[in-house]
Design a protein around this ligand. Structure first.
Ligand SMILES: [Zn+2]
Length: 390
């Protein structure tokens, strides 16, 4: 049975100074121990046991540090600035007393039970699954982030059986609209990109300033901030798309954007403008999030190579003319261009776009004519119908 593993990030509730200090000490000791181990040759490190190392950490934690330094990721590291304390799945326990959840785990001073803040409803559901044993525990990491301590809890759940459905929802991604989702017929849902565009330009502006002033440390922090913000937007958008798909009981179809950086040509002006650039938005991360979130509700994500989704009319299938937000078909159908693409994705079956068409498509991409067809000038009125009315 398929499974989904995710990490939920839970803040420790009202940590007092003593506990904060305790966690900080554990982090420092864990880092020191890991660095001491890394200084040894690998073969010697492999022979290490908790009995042989001198540390104030409890053996469960020390063992985890040793394991980390001989793991595939740990082997590549020369030295750690910080290595968060990791508690493996046998050594921590989730409890619920009254309304508060807490986890207990070994620290420097024996096993402690620390209350955690389960702020969101959907995290509470995961916690309940853990308590009744429907979900499997992974490890817990203690992370210090922005003056707060968090428990990063890895949880694995079984995915419900795939819902057998013929319904499809198309999802078109872009800049003006981060995503547009629509069923084959009927109303769609827009996720506007106006605000994100503005925010991305802001990020770019500050980035350039910092670069010019050679403030590289601040630059790195700024980049991380942008990344976090982008992830948060993607989480929200993907969650809402999944809700929409659940409402329609439909699988979601998206364009296969792989290689789009090469084929989707953009003007240099647009590419350099952070608000417009296709290269800097994390489409792949949106795709990953959609994938696992859909799996959690028993639906699936279908990727489809679709070179004509934004060029053909969703009413009659003819190649039409797209100008920014407007799509006009030679037969007089008008659509919003993004919604049109989403409708197309939802309607087309896997083989509606034949291989021949795809080959022509790649030839067209190579000549870099966005709207042209067989060398016709863009905006030409001589359209070649690809699919006649059904
Ligand atoms: Zn049409």
């Amino acid at each position: 049975m398929a499974q989904v593993t995710r990490t939920i990030k839970l803040k420790f509730l009202n940590l007092n100074k003593v506990k904060q200090q305790l966690f900080a000490d554990m982090l420092a000791e864990n880092t020191r121990l890991a660095n001491e181990l890394l200084a040894m040759p690998y073969m010697e490190r492999r022979e290490m046991t908790t009995a042989k190392v001198r540390t104030s950490l409890k053996s469960a934690l020390a063992n985890q540090a040793i394991r980390h330094t001989i793991s595939a990721t740990g082997r590549k590291v020369k030295q750690y600035k910080k290595l968060p304390v990791e508690i493996n799945k046998q050594n921590w326990k989730l409890e619920k007393r009254g309304d508060t959840y807490s986890i207990s785990f070994p620290t420097i001073q024996g096993v402690k039970r620390v209350p955690i803040d389960v702020a969101f409803h959907h995290w509470e559901l995961v916690c309940q699954q853990l308590l009744i044993g429907e979900a499997q525990k992974g490890s817990v990491k203690l992370i210090f982030h922005r003056r707060q301590w968090y428990a990063y809890m890895s949880v694995t759940v079984d995915v419900p059986q795939l819902t057998q459905t013929q319904n499809r929802i198309g999802c078109d991604r872009g800049q003006n609209q981060i995503a547009v989702v629509a069923p084959a017929l009927g109303f769609g849902k827009f996720f506007s990109g106006q605000e994100t565009k503005h925010r991305r330009r802001q990020f770019q502006k500050r980035r350039e300033c910092l670069q010019k002033a050679k403030k590289f440390r601040a630059l790195k922090r700024w980049d991380k901030k942008e990344k976090r913000w982008m992830e948060a937007v993607n989480h929200t958008v993907s969650r809402r798309i999944v809700r929409f798909a659940e409402f329609h009981t439909a699988d979601v179809v998206i364009e296969d954007l792989e290689g789009c950086r090469q084929t989707m040509k953009q003007k240099k002006v647009n590419r350099q403008d952070a608000g417009e650039s296709r290269q800097s938005w994390a489409y792949f991360s949106l795709e990953m999030k959609l994938n696992y979130k859909l799996a959690l509700v028993g639906l699936k994500l279908i990727k489809r190579p679709a070179p004509y989704t934004s060029k053909s009319c969703s009413t009659c299938g003819t190649i039409g003319n797209r100008q920014r937000h407007d799509f006009n078909c030679p037969h007089g159908h008008y659509h919003n261009s993004d919604l049109n693409a989403a409708h197309n994705l939802a309607q087309w079956d896997g083989n509606s776009c034949s291989l021949d068409l795809q080959r022509v498509g790649s030839a067209m991409d190579a000549t870099d004519s966005e709207n042209g067809w067989f060398g016709n000038a863009p905006n030409s009125m001589n359209f070649l119908p690809v699919r006649v009315d059904n």
